[in-house]
Design a binder for this molecule. Structure first.
Ligand code: SAJ
Length: 407
């Protein structure tokens, strides 16, 4: 069997490589010609532990890349699904555009698997009508499946193999067929269910995480208010057998946790008070950090905001992805009516992404008096000695030095 993976980003590329290196005939397609060109040249397009080795393995197994859609038995669509900032609903335009292109060239009997995260009802609302418009009958000519991904950036390849998965299909038979493809590399349990359940579970999983982080962030604010140690409190609470609170941080970034829960709020505005409040709490966390920086600057009589440095620009540790990153959110907040002119350094970000960004750690340290640890990259954990003369605000609770300040 022959698979065309559509969208070669953070999820599509590893999935295509995994399938190819486990014996499936794969062509990866992306509408971005530069991505395709780079992959054709034998170079990966982002950093991820183990990705380069897997890429070489897949190349040896015969994976190909193209900017055009292919005539195959199965399509895996893995393109972005942002949310509409006004309605908060899922913006399915990229998924719909991809499905339309598939329908133009595919044969009868083809299976279209949507891997992108979509809100419950998206297949019914946007995808089934496309199949009908193309003159096909769903379930007879074209089979629709939703197989959301659960892998975590930073540990993607391990999780691709070991995580449990969900496959939603209209018929058991098609679900089981798709399961066989994923079973080529996935050692976790693969549940076959219906499409709407698969849509809902994916969004609920990320909402659960967003709500839990929001609770931790709220606790951080309460503890700051009355000078309690939030980390010690969470650590002790988590020793209870049925309590598992996540960690407060400088904000919630990435393409999933700050996005997917809004799909539920957008679709069910009258039923999602808890989710909506949690999303607002997380979105307000960079402003909370900014107020904390201001407070410390006042206490330490640091007058020049341009001598404050933010360590970390990615949305989390040990990845090079800066989408929705808390540092970028913080740089967009205002301090006394103006945007802060903080210096920024991130060892994972080699391109210029924000103003006052450094690419050399020593020079960055020379130009600052206060450092704010925004991201717990492993590299910063090898550099504590170099930070001894700085005022340190550690938003990740990782710095072992004396006198470190926290959220
Ligand atoms: N964060 C905290 N406190 C924590 C954990 C995370 O503030 O205790 C922050 C991180 O620093 C980051 C943000 O949350 O800014 C999101 O990071 P993450 O590691 O929680 O999640 P993602 O976006 O990298 O991956 C999530 C995962 N979902 C769940 O854990 C439920 C992953 O399994 C999904 O595959 C992925 O979303 C996705 O693609 O949906």
């Amino acid at each position: 069997m022959f698979v065309n993976v559509i969208g070669l980003g953070y999820i599509g590329l590893p999935t295509a490589l995994m399938l190819a290196s486990h014996g499936v005939d794969v062509i990866g397609t992306d509408y971005n010609g530069q991505v395709v060109e780079q992959l054709q040249k034998g170079q990966t397009t982002f950093k991820e532990k183990g990705l380069d080795d897997l890429f070489q393995k897949a190349l040896r197994a015969g994976i190909r890349f193209s900017d055009s859609y292919q005539i195959t038995d199965m399509y895996i669509v893995s393109v972005p699904t942002p949310y509409n900032p006004e309605t908060k609903q899922v913006d399915a335009q990229f998924v719909v555009a991809s499905v339309r292109k598939v329908l133009k060239i595919c044969r009868r009997g083809a299976i279209i698997v949507i891997e992108s995260t979509i809100s419950p009802g998206t297949v019914d609302r946007y995808i089934r009508p496309e199949v009908k418009r193309a003159g096909y009958v769903v379930g007879r000519d074209i089979h629709l499946v939703h197989a959301p991904e659960r892998i975590i950036p930073g540990n993607m390849l391990y999780e691709l193999i070991h995580n449990n998965r969900t496959i939603g299909a209209d018929s058991r038979e098609v679900g089981e067929m798709v399961k066989r493809y994923y079973s080529s590399f996935c050692q976790g349990e693969i549940i076959v269910t219906d499409i709407r359940t698969a849509e809902m579970t994916k969004v609920v999983e990320n909402t659960f995480r967003a709500v839990n982080i929001a609770f931790a962030n709220e606790l951080a604010r309460i503890c700051r208010h009355d000078n309690m140690d939030v980390y010690e409190i969470i650590r002790i609470c988590n020793m209870h057998p049925r309590v598992n609170i996540l960690q407060p941080g400088p904000g919630v970034g990435g393409h999933c946790i700050p996005v997917d829960p809004w799909f539920l709020v957008g679709d069910y505005p009258d039923l999602t008070a808890v989710t909506a409040a949690c999303m607002e709490t997380n979105a307000g966390q960079p402003a909370f950090v900014l107020r904390r920086i201001q407070e410390i600057m006042n206490q330490r009589q640091l007058l020049d905001a341009s001598r404050v440095g933010l360590y970390g620009l990615t949305y989390k540790e040990n990845v090079d992805d800066i989408r929705e990153s808390p540092t970028r959110q913080l740089l967009n907040c205002e301090m006394d009516g103006v945007r802060p002119q903080f210096k920024v350094y991130d060892p994972f970000v080699t391109q210029d992404a924000v103003p006052n960004q450094y690419h050399d750690f020593e020079r960055f340290l020379d130009d600052i008096d206060m450092i704010v640890i925004m991201v717990k990259h492993q590299l910063v954990q090898q550099s504590w000695n170099q930070l001894r003369d700085k005022v340190i605000l550690d938003c990740q609770n990782i710095c072992p030095l004396d006198g470190v300040l926290h959220l």
